[in-house]
Structure formats: structure tokens, C-alpha cells
Design a binder for this molecule. Structure first.
Ligand SMILES: [Mg+2]
Length: 266
């Protein structure tokens, strides 16, 4: 396997040094494929230790808000990410948000609950027919994972679910890497980033993500923000690093640049 970058691209390094000077920084990170390497079984994913350590240190800095913005259900995100206490959490691609202990839990309407049952049934049918496909239940949706299925089985499972659900206006479908995401709440990471920016009154945002669904996030960034795509595929992000193993260098540089001359809160 290729080694992590020996150093960051010069343009990215100077962008990090620049954003480190902003009065109120929002640091928002995707989890799987960004903080944590992609693994076969979702429950086995863990943040890279240097990434977790840098995030914890950044979350304790004054004028810095850390957030995880994930496609996972909040409960699953908490379990695998073990985020530092002050970190805000967005789960299910924005359908779930946790902004602190007073955050109200997600409550579906009766209509949304009924629609969700339809979606779960369609996905259950697909996973019973096609080997290697797995359902992931979320509070406002269900995901069909086909990472472990053959190409033909994965394709057939997706077709079946799309055919069953795609005409329903109460159902919102999006695709990620080897996953079909079905939600009864229309949400995406871009809307979540905008909401986090307003909630925190951040003066600049650094967002990093690896998947198609992170593109909504990159699209809402503004001049002075920093968007970092992890991996190779096409992106709206201005900057790119090859792998999750390259993220610690980004966060450690941000921490060092932001700590310089700035007081800590502990
Ligand atoms: Mg990801």
C-alpha cells in the first residue's frame, strides 16, 4: 500500500495556514473514508488515532467548533467515532442533527413512518434475494449496501429497490460508494453545512469528505473556506488528499497554526 504523503501540496498548506487565522472556525469532517479507512463491516470502522487526537485537541480550542457530518445514523456514528464531547453531530446525511444535550430527538410524522415501512420492505426483499447485500436501518431511512455482493447481484438489488420506490415523491434516494440511500426526509450534507455555519456563526469552514454525497458540502463552501476531497474521483472541492491516512497532517498543521498565540480552553 502506498505510503501517506510526505508533505501536503503547497497550495493546501497555505490555505490551512490562512484559514487557521479566522476568528471562528467550523471544522466539519465526514467519517467513513475520511477520518476512518473504509472497512468491509461498517461497525468495525474506527478513526485513525492521529486524526482522533488532532480532532480532540482542535475541539478544545477557543473559537473552534468541530462537527462530524456523516451518512451514518447518529447512534452508529457515536459508536464508531467516539467523538470528543463538544463535537456537533450530523447523521443520516442531514436527517439527524445533534447540537448538544438539548437537541430534540428526531420524530417522524405518521405519513413518514408509513413511507419508511415501504422502503424497509423493498430493501428487505432485495437483501433476501441477493447475496452480499445488507440493509442498514436508520431513524429516517434505510440504506442498501452492496459492497460485498457480486457486481450482478448488487446491480439487481439496486434495480429492484429503485423500481419499487423511485416513483414515490415522499421517498428521497441518493447513491454513494456501493450504497443506495433511501430517506423519508429530504436532506443533504450541503444543507447541513449551511445550518451548522449559521448555528455556530462560523467565519470560515473547513470541510473534508470522500464520497459523492460530500459533493453537496463542497458546493456550499464560500471564498475563504477550504474543501478537501479525500480520494481520486471528480470533485467540486478545491483541494485533494489521496487517503484518510493523509488527513492527520492536515489537522495537525491546522492545530499548530491555530494554537500559535491563541489561548486554550480546557
Ligand atoms: Mg465518507
Amino acid at each position: 500500500m502506498r505510503q501517506p504523503l510526505a508533505q501536503l501540496p503547497a497550495e493546501l498548506e497555505s490555505a490551512i495556514r490562512r484559514i487557521a487565522q479566522t476568528p471562528h472556525l467550523l471544522l466539519a469532517l465526514d467519517f467513513d473514508g475520511t477520518m476512518a479507512p473504509i472497512v468491509e463491516h461498517a461497525e468495525d470502522a474506527r478513526p485513525l488515532p492521529r486524526t482522533a487526537a488532532a480532532l480532540a485537541a482542535l475541539s478544545a480550542l477557543e473559537g473552534t467548533t468541530t462537527a462530524l457530518v456523516s451518512g451514518r445514523a447518529l447512534g452508529s456514528l457515536r459508536m464508531v467515532a467516539a467523538p470528543p464531547a463538544p463535537t456537533l453531530l450530523v447523521g443520516s446525511h442531514g436527517a439527524e442533527t445533534w447540537l448538544g444535550p438539548d437537541s430534540p430527538p428526531l420524530v417522524l410524522t405518521a405519513e413518514q413512518s408509513a413511507t419508511l415501512e415501504l422502503a424497509r420492505a423493498a430493501v428487505a426483499q432485495a437483501t433476501s434475494l441477493y447475496k452480499g447485500t445488507v440493509a442498514e436501518d436508520k431513524p429516517a431511512g434505510v440504506a442498501l449496501h452492496y459492497r460485498l455482493a457480486s457486481k450482478a447481484d448488487g446491480h439487481a438489488a439496486v434495480e429492484l429497490v429503485m423500481e419499487a420506490l423511485s416513483g414515490n415523491p415522499a421517498i428521497h434516494i441518493s447513491t454513494g460508494k456501493k450504497v443506495l440511500e433511501i430517506s423519508v426526509i429530504k436532506a443533504n450534507k450541503g444543507q447541513s453545512l449551511v445550518a451548522l455555519r449559521e448555528y455556530t456563526q462560523a467565519t470560515a469552514t473547513l470541510f473534508a469528505g470522500d464520497d459523492v454525497t460530500d459533493e453537496h458540502g463542497f458546493e456550499v463552501l464560500r471564498p475563504g473556506d477550504v474543501g478537501i476531497k479525500v480520494g481520486k474521483s471528480q470533485t467540486h472541492a478545491e483541494f485533494r488528499i489521496p487517503k484518510p491516512q493523509d488527513l492527520p497532517m492536515v489537522l495537525e498543521l491546522l492545530l499548530a497554526a491555530r494554537t500559535n498565540g491563541r489561548p486554550h480552553t480546557t
